[in-house]
Design a protein around this ligand. Structure first.
Ligand code: PMP
Length: 360
C-alpha cells in the first residue's frame, strides 16, 4: 500500500493508531461478538464509550463543570440554525464577525429564522478575507451573542486568541481547529465543531455550551433543543454510535500524545516550516496576512492557475493528495490537522522545491 499523505480539509486524515484499533476491534467490540456498529445505543457498552469520550474531551479542553457537552448530528451547519434558535431569544439579534465563507453561511442561515436580525460587527472583506478584521473590544452591541469563526478553513485565517468583547457571549465555530490549539472554554458561551477534521469521522458534531444558556433556551422541537438534548445526554434519538466511538479513540490518542498543548506545539512547528518555505519561495506564496495565519489550513498559490494545476498533478503523482484549494479560492491548500505528520510537510516542501526549480 502506498504511503499517502492526505492534506484534505475534511474529511481528513485520522491517527493511524486509531484506525488500527478500529480495525482490531471491528468484528467484536470488547469481546461482545458484535461490532460497535451493531451494539445498542442503550447498552452499557455504548454508555461507557460516550462517558469516556466526554470525560476525555473535558480533560483535553479543560471544560469547566458549568458547561454541557453534546454529541450531535447535522454537522456544524445545523449549529448555524440551532444556536440562533436557542440563544438569540431576548434581543433577537446576533453580532457576526465576517471572516469569509463559513461565517457568511452562518449569517445566511440565521437570517432565515423569522424575527432574527444580524449585525456584522466587523468584516475582513476589505482584504478579501486574507486578514482578520480588528474587533473593537469595547463593543456593546445590542445583541444576544456574537458569532466568531475561530479558524477559517477556506481562507486560512485563525484567531489566536478569542476576541474579548466586553459583556457579550461568544459563540465560536471551532470546526477546523478544535483540539489543535489552546483556547479557554470560559471565553465562550458556546463552542461547536463538526468532527470530520480534527476529531474523527463525519456525522458527529461536538457542542460545548454553558449551562445557564441551555436553561434559558425556549421550547423547541426536540432535535433542535439544547435543553432536551442535554436532558437526554445526547441520546434523545439514535446517536452516531460509530462516529462517537472513533472520536473517543481520537481523544484517548490525543491524551497519550500530550494533549492539546503538545498538539499546538507540533502544529506550530509543521505550519512554521511550510510558511517559512512559502515566504522564501520565488514561485509559491501564501496570500494570508502573517498575523492572521491559521495553523491548520494553509492556502498557497503560484499566481498562475495553469501552474497550480500542474503542481497538484505532480503532488498527486508523489502521493501527496487533497491539496487542491477550495473551489471558491482555487490554488492549493495544505490542511495540517493534529493527525497529519511532520514528515508529510517535509515531503510536500521537497516536491515544491523540485517544481520551483523546474519553473524558474
Ligand atoms: N464551519 C467551518 C469553519 C467549516 O470548515 C465547515 C466545513 N468545512 C463547516 C462549518 C460546515 O461543516 P459541516 O460540513 O460539518 O456542516
Amino acid at each position: 500500500m502506498a504511503n499517502v499523505y492526505n492534506f484534505s480539509a475534511g474529511p481528513a486524515v485520522m491517527p493511524r493508531e486509531v484506525l488500527e484499533q478500529v480495525q482490531k476491534e471491528l468484528l467484536s467490540y470488547k469481546n461482545s461478538g458484535m461490532s460497535v456498529m451493531e451494539i445498542s445505543h442503550r447498552s452499557s457498552l455504548f454508555a461507557d464509550i460516550q462517558k469516556d469520550a466526554e470525560s476525555n474531551l473535558r480533560a483535553l479542553m479543560n471544560i469547566p463543570d458549568e458547561y454541557d457537552v453534546l454529541f450531535l448530528q447535522g454537522g456544524a451547519t445545523l449549529q448555524f440554525t440551532m444556536a440562533p434558535l436557542n440563544l438569540a431569544i431576548n434581543k433577537r439579534k446576533i453580532g457576526f464577525v465576517d471572516t469569509g465563507h463559513w461565517s457568511q453561511r452562518a449569517i445566511e442561515e440565521a437570517q432565515l429564522i423569522d424575527g432574527i436580525s444580524v449585525n456584522k460587527i466587523a468584516s475582513g472583506e476589505d482584504s478579501n478575507y486574507t486578514k482578520l478584521p480588528k474587533i473593537d473590544d469595547s463593543l456593546q452591541e445590542n445583541v444576544d451573542y456574537i458569532h466568531v469563526t475561530l479558524n477559517n478553513t477556506i481562507e486560512g485565517t485563525a484567531f489566536r486568541t478569542v476576541p474579548n468583547i466586553k459583556g457579550q457571549s461568544i459563540v465560536g465555530d471551532m470546526s477546523s481547529n478544535i483540539l489543535g490549539q489552546r483556547y479557554n472554554v470560559r471565553d465562550f458561551g458556546m463552542i461547536y465543531a463538526g468532527a470530520q477534521k480534527n476529531i474523527g469521522p463525519a456525522g458527529l458534531t461536538v457542542v460545548i455550551i454553558r449551562h445557564d444558556l441551555v436553561e434559558k433556551a425556549p421550547e423547541l422541537p426536540a432535535m433542535l433543543s439544547y435543553k432536551k438534548l442535554v436532558a437526554k445526554h445526547s441520546t434523545l434519538n439514535t446517536p452516531p454510535v460509530f462516529a462517537i466511538y472513533c472520536a473517543g479513540l481520537v481523544f484517548e490518542w490525543l491524551l497519550t500524545q500530550g494533549g492539546v498543548d503538545a498538539m499546538e506545539k507540533r502544529n506550530r512547528e509543521k505550519a512554521q516550516l511550510l510558511y517559512d518555505y512559502l515566504d522564501a519561495s520565488t514561485l509559491f506564496q501564501s496570500p494570508v496576512d502573517v498575523e492572521s495565519r491559521s495553523l491548520t489550513n494553509i492556502p498557497f498559490v503560484t499566481g498562475n492557475a495553469e501552474l497550480d494545476n500542474q503542481f497538484i498533478e505532480l503532488a498527486n503523482a508523489n502521493n501527496l493528495v487533497g491539496l487542491k484549494g477550495h473551489r471558491l479560492v482555487g490554488g492549493m491548500r495544505a490542511s495540517l490537522y493534529n493527525a497529519f505528520p511532520m514528515e508529510g510537510v517535509k515531503k510536500l516542501i521537497t516536491v515544491m522545491e523540485k517544481f520551483e526549480l523546474e519553473h524558474k
